[in-house]
Design a protein around this ligand. Structure first.
Ligand SMILES: Nc1ncnc2c1ncn2[C@@H]1O[C@H](COP(=O)(O)OP(=O)(O)O)[C@@H](O)[C@H]1O
Ligand SMILES: [Mg+2]
Length: 463
């Protein structure tokens, strides 16, 4: 209770209201005493006026009654320095204190009132005042303090009871308000957090902002955004994990199948058919490449490309090989190929990976031209620059569709071809990046497309 938000509010409110009441209590009790004394002075004055009207001819019994009514022991009128005892009772006591009520300061009133509350013994005091403002006429009375103190105590007690009631009432109202405005929404928030933490993949557990207090609502919507993002990324991670597993399984079995296929192809070596003799080495080389790729994927165990194994080799051989492979696949002979690479241009790169890059680029171009149905041309150009090598793959095809341009080099997104996965360009770009180089789309349009890739010759400097 004392540790809960509403409990704290309850206790604090009671304390604060009580404190405020003390600040009210002290001046009002001083005020009460002042009023009490002034009332006595006034009544004494009225009594003395009545007496003066009869020229002092009253008997003792009447005098005692007048004094009793005024609540004083005796009354003295002072006019222009002359003191005149008007009324006097029989039991005259020595006066302990004198109070002048003509122009008291607030501090004096408070001090005297508190002193009176603290002094228990019944004393006789003298009070001087000017209840009716009349130049020169002062009135002076003596009285006992016991009745004054009793009335002050009674009054103070009433104030205390009242303030206690007010503070309890206010605190109770505040308790209910805090409970409804803060405690309930906070509990809801905490509950939503714990329930979400139990199953973050479950999108139905994401918090729906409902609090009416602005700050709480902000907290709720921030939490909602956070949960939505977390759930989405958890799902994505799950999908990627599944995909990775699928790739591993496929790579594993594909390797076995390809190994068998390589063994079969090796047997073709013995054939005497010249066409078979010409294609067999290509077939074996392709199959070997496929086996290597599946093995590398499995060994690396990730979707990313393994780091390149750099070697020196002639680009013209590799480019010719890529073109030769594509030409074999192109049954309609719709496309003519060109290879413009200086003889003896030696690259330093991973030949397997570069083969994949060029194959992907050339194959895309071939597929685009074939789908277009208009005869075309594909060429590979190689150039040595100051700090590396530049290879361009150009075609006269129909150009990249918009979807492919918008999602250039992004895996799975750019595929605009039926049966395509949208991975080819992404793989090519990643491999080139792995070499410290870059792959760029130089131009594309109805007249054709040019991709250019740059491989640095020196050690790639870190960005
Ligand atoms: N040379 C090109 N000419 C026209 N379109 C191309 C060319 N290269 C790529 N594209 C387009 O870009 C898309 C993405 O290519 P790619 O990443 O290799 O994925 P995929 O070939 O699996 O569809 C292709 O679907 C194709 O529409
Ligand atoms: Mg492709």
């Amino acid at each position: 209770m004392a540790n809960s938000l509403s409990g704290r509010f309850l206790i604090l409110t009671i304390i604060f209201v009580m404190l405020a009441e003390i600040f009210i209590f002290v001046p009002s009790i001083a005020r009460f005493r002042e009023d009490y004394l002034l009332a006595r002075l006034e009544r004494a004055q009225i009594a003395s006026l009545a007496l003066l009207a009869t020229d002092g001819m009253i008997d003792d019994a009447l005098e005692a009654e007048l004094l009793e009514n005024a609540g004083v022991l005796n009354v003295v009128l002072r006019r222009d320095e002359a003191r005149q005892l008007i009324l006097a009772s029989n039991d005259i006591q020595p006066v302990s204190y004198s109070f002048d009520l003509r122009s008291p300061t607030g501090v004096e009133l408070v001090r005297d009132a508190l002193r009176r509350l603290l002094r228990q013994q019944d004393e006789t005091i003298r009070v001087i005042g000017e209840p009716v403002r009349e130049a020169g006429l002062l009135i002076e009375v003596t009285m006992r303090t016991a009745p004054l103190r009793a009335e002050m105590l009674d009054y103070g007690l009433r104030i205390l009871v009242l303030s206690a009631m007010i503070s309890i009432f206010t605190a109770a109202l505040l308790f209910i308000a805090v409970q409804r405005l803060l405690v309930v929404p906070i509990k809801r928030l905490v509950f939503a957090m714990t329930s979400y933490a139990d199953a973050p993949e479950d999108a139905s557990r994401i918090l729906e902002p409902r609090a009416s207090v602005r700050e709480l609502r902000e907290a709720e919507s921030t939490l909602q955004t956070l949960q939505t993002q977390l759930t989405a990324s958890l799902r994505q991670r799950e999908r990627l994990a599944q995909l990775g597993e699928a790739v591993a399984k496929i790579s594993h079995d594909l390797r076995n199948i390809l190994t068998t296929a390589t063994l079969m192809a090796d047997r073709l070596d013995t054939s005497t058919d010249p066409a078979v003799q010409r294609t067999t080495p290509k077939l074996v080389a392709s199959l070997t490449r496929a086996v290597n790729l599946t093995e590398a994927t499995l060994a690396f165990g990730r979707a990313e490309e393994p780091p390149p194994k750099l070697e020196r080799f002639a680009l013209s051989d590799l480019a010719e090989d890529v073109i030769e492979n594509e030409r074999l696949t192109d049954a309609d002979a719709l496309i003519s190929y060109g290879c413009d690479v200086p003889n003896g241009m030696i690259l330093r790169a991973d030949p397997e990976q570069l083969h994949r890059v060029l194959s992907n680029l050339v194959r895309n171009a071939r597929q685009a031209i074939a789908a277009h149905g208009v005869p075309g041309e594909i060429s590979i150009q190689g150039r040595e620059t100051e700090d590396g090598w530049c290879i361009r793959v150009a075609d006269t095809g129909p150009g990249l569709p918009k979807k492919a341009r918008d999602h250039l080099f992004k895996p799975f997104h750019g595929g605009a071809r039926k049966g395509g996965s949208g991975l080819g360009l992404a793989i090519a770009a990643e491999i080139v990046r792995g070499h410290g180089g870059r792959l760029e789309l130089v131009e594309t349009g109805p007249d054709g497309t040019v991709f250019s890739l740059f491989l640095p010759s020196g050690v790639a400097s870190l960005p």
